[in-house]
Design a protein around this ligand. Structure first.
Ligand code: ATP
Length: 218
């Protein structure tokens, strides 16, 4: 479902990604590990078409990153450090806007369902700007899964979430049946609960595959 072939991204003379190749099968849940500056965000930004690779190529949900970036964008849900929400709109207006953008058919019902599931139904008509950090993240989770994407690309999705928020993240995103997940995280212990596999980055390169988390797979 995700296939990266020799992805390289340079910023001036600095190499942030260095010939990164890997495959993520459909429905797999994969954790992306690496120290600060290892290239995790850069890799996710390349895969979600925010950044062009300097060299190499990738396909996401069968769409070529370079030749069919629109197809890639239609197939993915994204959660990054930037919440990508309109602060002056309400949570409901934000989700309705993105539902229109993605052409979600049952938009009103889907928006209500997600607002209820992330605990924002009673606050649906307040300005997003007044919501706490954790509620911004919950709304961003709802936005990421709104159009039922086949692939979720997530950058430290745990940020700001309390225990209930983390449970929501697991249910709606990290353990979503059939959905392919690639999530950058520093929370290795937590990842043992949801990830079948890990990709380790070190200074832009993929290091040898990590063993499967205890109790998961063979
Ligand atoms: P963290 O865990 O701190 O979020 P990361 O693994 O996500 O780190 P990246 O943000 O991908 O790491 O950064 C990889 C390297 O690329 C770093 O050396 C960073 O300084 C560099 N880099 C990232 N974006 C840019 C940019 N826009 N311009 C110049 N250098 C950049």
């Amino acid at each position: 479902m995700i296939e990266a072939r020799g992805l390289t991204r340079r910023f001036g003379g600095a190499v942030a990604l260095d010939r990164v190749s890997f495959e993520v099968p459909e429905g797999a849940k994969v954790a992306l590990f690496g120290a600060n500056g290892a290239g995790k965000t850069t890799l996710l930004n390349v895969l979600c078409t925010l950044l062009a690779p300097t060299e190499g190529d990738a396909t996401v949900a069968g769409h070529d990153l370079r030749k069919a970036s629109g197809g890639v964008r239609a197939s993915i849900g994204v959660l990054t450090h930037r919440p990508m929400l309109y602060e002056e709109l309400t949570p409901r207006e934000n989700l309705e806007f993105f539902a229109r953008l993605y052409g979600v058919e049952d938009a009103a019902a889907r928006v209500e369902e997600l607002l209820r599931r992330v605990g924002l139904w009673t606050r649906r008509d307040e300005e997003t700007a007044v919501l706490s950090h954790g509620f911004h993240q919950r709304l961003a989770i709802a936005r990421a899964v709104l159009h039922r994407p086949a692939v979720l690309l997530l950058d430290e999705p745990e940020t700001g979430l309390d225990r209930d928020g983390l449970a929501l993240l697991d249910e709606l995103v990290l353990r979503a049946p059939g959905v392919t997940v690639l999530a950058a995280t520093h929370q290795r212990e937590r990842a043992e609960g949801w990830a079948e596999r890990a990709i380790d980055l070190d200074r832009g390169r993929v290091v040898e595959p990590s063993p499967a988390p205890a109790g998961v797979g063979a």
